[in-house]
Design a protein around this ligand. Structure first.
Ligand code: BES
Ligand code: ZN
Ligand code: ZN
Length: 503
């Protein structure tokens, strides 16, 4: 899809459709919507009077222009209550609008930038949110279907009459596009079935990201992983015929030692539970147990495309978790890269085992701040549902920044406790730690386990078990993979860079 900004009156746009908007409880539309209404002999106002359109968020009214305007269709989208208006409403409204117009067969769409006028929000951020909502909302995954969605929006034009806003809009469009396409890229990896996204396939994907952007790329195999002393990672991998990969993707955009972010992502390409096998019902969703890994690869891609002047290293331990004659057993003791021994009580708590070694490796790579992303626990889904990602950490400031970055992205995050009393639950009788802490506070004890491998590094852990896949479509989020928290990670990198520059 081509996206551009044009200095033009919305009334003179000649493409397939134009989008204007309406806040809730507005009886007489003003601005561009008012001008449009006048050109259409009051059709919009009449629809409001009839109660056909109230301006509620997501609401749409399609008006055919019958020659009264150069465009054949005008779509009015509701923006909700003006006093509640946020950038996330811009994402939602633009997604609803573009999905509607795709169905209606429009190929070129002109739109006003929601929120940048009477909405009173920052014009650049509005343009960014509009583009994000559009690209995220129009996402489909139909590569394995013979019958594909034929209808496609080919062009989106942001129309503006004030030349002073064009620069900000252009910047916003560029950033929105990079962020949303990165999120869709992560969605693609998560939606792929496990037979098409093995650890080696995932490494190949990372290599293809690295090449055009000139990123450092490595994919270590079983022998190298063993040589590094990653016994916890290898223990999980030993049940599978697919050899594991430790994927490392590095972007160096700034002076070394200034700000070096480490992003660690769980890369279980299929989680059957291993010998502690999961029930059959819903097990297919475990093809998405590499969503954390997909997110960190996509985030580095976007950060490199934005040319942020910082360093970022993404580390993805990638393996399947399967039962077999060579699989690890409950009761086995493994040793992680930092020397700590772990009693494996439940082979289905495999994420924390592979992350233990990957976190040690992130520190060894010199990352000064580490964020890990993992579909780690069902307990987090019980606690926060599919609305908020759980956040844990050992550095309140970094945690605050991550939450803020998520808020800006419309990817909601909630802080969780890390009291030392929880440590009691993961003490083992026979090893330094055990990999499960019982049913109580399961998401927290998983995070406490990870803390043993970050030691004194500044660190945040994001549990995306509930937020990485959606059961139903909702505005800019289709059913399936969400791409959470790609945009959060990129915003975080931006926030931390601004902070480092200021200090
Ligand atoms: N991948 C799962 C967690 C998960 C659950 C992700 C639901 C997405 C949706 C993880 O490896 C797992 O199986 N965790 C166990 C841990 C338990 C054995 C301590 C869980 O949460 O049940
Ligand atoms: Zn598991
Ligand atoms: Zn898992």
């Amino acid at each position: 899809m081509e996206i551009r900004v044009e200095l033009k009156d919305i009334l003179s746009y000649e493409g397939g459709a134009v989008v204007v908007n309406l806040f809730e409880e507005v009886e007489k539309p003003g601005g561009a919507t008012g001008a449009m209404d006048k050109a259409l002999d009051g059709a919009i106002q009449k629809a409001i009077a009839r109660g056909e359109l109230k301006g509620k968020l997501g609401e749409r009214l399609l008006v055919h222009t019958f020659g009264k305007l150069p465009t054949p269709m005008v779509l009015v989208v509701g923006l909700g209550k003006q006093e509640q208006f946020t950038l996330d409403y811009v994402r939602s409204a633009s997604a609803e609008a573009l999905k509607h117009l795709r169905k209606a067969g429009a190929k070129q769409v002109g739109t006003i930038v929601h929120g940048a006028g009477i909405g009173g929000l920052d014009p650049e951020q509005c343009a960014q949110a509009l583009v994000e909502g559009t690209i995220l909302g129009l996402y489909t995954f139909d590569k394995y279907k013979k019958e594909k969605e034929e209808k496609e929006i080919q062009e989106l034009v942001l129309l503006e009459r004030d030349p002073g806003k064009l620069g900000a809009f252009t910047e916003g469009v560029a950033r929105g596009r990079i962020l949303a396409e990165a999120a869709n890229f992560a969605r693609d990896l998560v939606n792929e079935p496990a037979n098409r996204m093995t650890p080696a396939d995932m490494a190949e994907v990372a290599r293809k990201v690295a090449e055009p952007l000139g990123l450092a790329y490595q994919a270590l195999g079983p022998d190298e992983i063993k040589a590094l002393g990653m016994g916890a990672f290898l223990g999980v991998a030993q049940g599978s015929q697919q050899p594991p990969r430790l994927i490392v993707l590095g972007y160096r955009g700034g002076e070394e030692n200034r700000l070096h972010l480490g992003f660690v992502g769980k890369g279980i390409t299929f989680d059957s539970g291993g010998i502690s096998i999961k029930p059959a019902e819903g097990m297919e969703a475990m093809k998405g147990d590499m969503a954390g890994g997909a997110a960190v690869i996509a985030a580095v891609k976007a950060i490199a495309e934005l040319r942020l002047p910082i360093s970022v290293t993404a580390i993805v331990p990638a393996t399947e978790n399967l039962p077999s004659g060579t699989a690890q057993r409950p009761g086995d003791i493994v040793q992680a890269m930092n020397g700590k021994t772990i009693e494996v009580i439940n082979t289905d708590a495999e994420g924390r085992l592979i992350l233990a070694d990957a976190l040690c490796y992130a520190r060894k790579q010199g990352a000064s701040k580490i964020v890990d992303v993992a579909t780690l626990t069902g307990a987090c889904v019980v606690a926060l549902g599919s609305i908020r990602t759980g956040a844990f950490g050992n550095d309140q400031h970094l945690l605050d920044q991550v939450i803020k970055a998520g808020e800006e992205a419309g990817e909601k995050i909630w802080p969780m406790p890390m009291d030392e009393e929880y440590d009691e639950q993961i003490k083992s009788d026979v090893a330094d730690l055990k990999n499960v802490g019982g049913r109580k506070g399961g998401a927290i004890t998983a995070a406490k386990f990870l803390a043993h491998f970050v030691e004194d590094a500044s660190w945040v852990h994001l549990d995306i078990a509930g937020t990485s896949q959606a059961d139903a479509e909702k505005s800019y989020q289709p059913k399936g993979a969400t791409g959470v928290p790609v945009r959060t990670l990129v915003n975080l990198a931006t926030l931390l860079w601004r902070e480092a520059r200021a200090s």
